[in-house]
Design a protein around this ligand. Structure first.
Ligand SMILES: Cc1cc2nc3c(=O)[nH]c(=O)nc-3n(C[C@H](O)[C@H](O)[C@H](O)COP(=O)(O)OP(=O)(O)OC[C@H]3O[C@@H](n4cnc5c(N)ncnc54)[C@H](O)[C@@H]3O)c2cc1C
Length: 110
């Protein structure tokens, strides 16, 4: 809700108004908090970027260590989005590539 309101505020600024923008979606039908909330509940989705099911770290619920090795199992590493401890704020694909490159480096170093 804060995001939608912030975008509307930005679009009211003179530098944007100069281009005479028209709001399409949400729209003028979604003005008060309950209308905006209803829209968010209808339209928002996660875009399917699941991460963290084999998270890396030192806590008990972590599956891999800092070398991407699965704890308690010999010769098994995980190198994908599942090792992210938390969802990142940016896109996940480049980060998965970085994890893969790091894993290759670790295997070659061994
Ligand atoms: C619709 C959509 C749009 C996206 N858009 C973007 C975007 O614009 N930018 C961005 O950065 N990220 C985007 N992502 C996210 C990004 O694609 C993923 O975060 C990334 O691909 C995850 O990589 P991964 O290696 O963890 O898993 P995956 O890429 O899912 O790789 C898993 C692989 O394991 C294979 N596999 C599964 N089970 C088995 C099995 N039992 N045996 C053998 N192989 C198996 C699968 O076939 C697959 O090849 C998008 C994702 C989706 C679904």
């Amino acid at each position: 809700m804060k995001g939608i309101k912030k975008v509307r505020e930005i679009f009211k600024s003179p530098s944007i108004q100069e281009f005479n923008p028209k709001e399409m979606d949400p729209s003028l039908n979604h003005q008060n908090d309950s209308e905006i909330e209803e829209l968010i509940r209808q339209e928002c989705l996660s875009v399917y970027h699941p991460v963290g099911t084999c998270k890396m770290g030192n806590e008990l619920d972590c599956v891999v260590d800092q070398n991407l090795k699965v704890k308690g199992i010999e010769s098994l590493r995980v190198a994908d989005a599942s090792i992210f401890p938390n969802i990142i704020s940016g896109n996940t694909n480049a980060t998965c590539n970085a994890v893969g490159a790091k894993c290759a480096e670790l295997i070659l170093k061994k």
